[in-house]
Design a binder for this molecule. Structure first.
Ligand code: PLP
Length: 367
């Protein structure tokens, strides 16, 4: 098979080394005589896999002990409900920042449980920028403030962590909640400004079917009445994510990805390469009249790079020729059209080079 590069937004490319190791261990994990898929989640083999994954995640992101790490199911979308169900406590309001389609989904879900106060919104410019803190306002009665550090569809990313003490109505004791589904582990992560972080795995962590939650333990008090047992964070904390059968194979693959990240030099090394990969593509797009990226420069995502061609009638030809050259899944999200190159941790620099050189050739012919 010729070299291919997969630009899918998720489920997304995994490191080749991880896939090779998983293949080699598929039938017999470490001489156990079993595939990981066949192991009891309560057996010593799988327990050791899950414990190592948690240790490695703690080490990579320097996560202190008073933050609990949960490996859950239901995708990031289930967190849109679990967050209000568990974190409203006695309050009736929560604050949400709206920077795009994923923020909007989390807001729509939260509205089922509480009044949502809009902290700030980028809707006025079709979600192509991140509102600065001077545009934010928090309702002092809100139970928490939720935001989406990287909008996977719009390609808008926060390059800073909001300091709620700098916001009108804000205070240090209002928990900050983040949906980091599409940029977790792409840069150094300090969890201490956050009350809770969640991330669907299928972009930078592993395969679909797993969502990672990192939650500060003082926030684990009683959820809303009627919350299903499976939707209590406390249930999963008390049972070390083994209350029911966890997504064992995705946890195993996540463990391999975390090991790979450590071997590559951890999150500082990842950030360096992610900066150079995204710069290569953005610089090329900005220098061309044929391609365009709609996102404000300071707020451009290092992970998801949306771009349009001068003439949308060429989109299908672009995708066809790209695919023929092994550049896969570049079609933009159905709601926005155009192209999107998702270049998560596992996308090598060579993949972005190959994309840029294809785009150059395409422009020469059709530009
Ligand atoms: N949040 C963000 C930022 C996403 O990119 C996605 C999925 O792409 C989701 C939430 C929803 O994740 P899931 O499909 O795992 O529920």
């Amino acid at each position: 098979m010729n070299t291919t590069y997969n630009f899918s937004a998720g489920p997304a490319v995994l490191p080749k080394e991880v896939l090779v190791q998983a293949r080699d261990e598929m039938l017999d994990w470490h001489g156990s005589g079993m595939s990981v898929m066949e192991m009891s989640h309560r057996g010593e083999e799988f327990m050791s896999i899950a414990a190592k994954a948690e240790r490695d995640l703690r080490e990579l992101a320097n996560i202190p002990d008073h933050y609990k790490i949960l490996f859950l199911q239901g995708g990031a979308s289930s967190q849109f409900a679990m967050v209000p169900m568990n974190l409203l406590h006695e309050k009736k309001k929560a604050d949400y920042v709206n920077t795009g389609q994923w923020s909007q989904k989390s807001i729509d879900e939260a509205k089922k449980y509480c009044t949502v106060h809009l902290t700030a919104s980028a809707e006025d410019a079709h979600f192509t920028y991140v509102p600065t803190l001077d545009k934010w306002e928090i309702d002092p009665d809100s139970a928490y403030v939720h935001y989406t550090p990287n909008e996977t569809i719009g390609g808008v990313e926060f390059n800073w962590i909001p300091d709620l003490t700098q916001v009108k109505g804000g205070r240090a004791d209002i928990p900050l909640i983040a949906d980091m589904s599409s940029n977790i582990l792409s840069r150094p992560l300090d969890v201490t400004p956050f009350g809770l972080i969640y991330a669907g795995a299928q972009k930078n962590i592993g395969p679909a079917g797993l969502v990672v939650v990192i939650v500060r333990e003082d926030l684990l008090s009683r959820p809303l009445n009627g919350t299903p047992t499976m939707y209590h964070y406390k249930t999963h904390v008390e049972h070390h994510s083994m209350y029911n059968t966890p997504p064992t194979y995705p946890i195993y693959i996540m463990g391999l990805v975390l090991e790979w990240l450590k071997q590559k030099g951890g999150l500082i090394a990842m950030e360096t390469i992610n900066i150079s990969k995204s710069k290569l593509l953005y610089d090329f797009i900005d220098a061309s009249d044929f391609y365009q990226c709609p996102v404000a420069r300071p707020d451009r995502s290092r992970m998801n790079i949306p771009f349009t061609l001068k003439d949308a009638a060429l989109d299908n030809e672009f995708l066809k020729q790209a695919k023929a050259q092994g550049l896969l899944q570049l079609k933009g999200h159905r709601s926005v059209g155009g192209m999107r190159a998702s270049i998560y941790n596992a996308m090598p620099y060579e993949g972005v080079m190959a994309l840029v050189s294809f785009m150059k050739e395409f422009e020469k012919i059709y530009g």
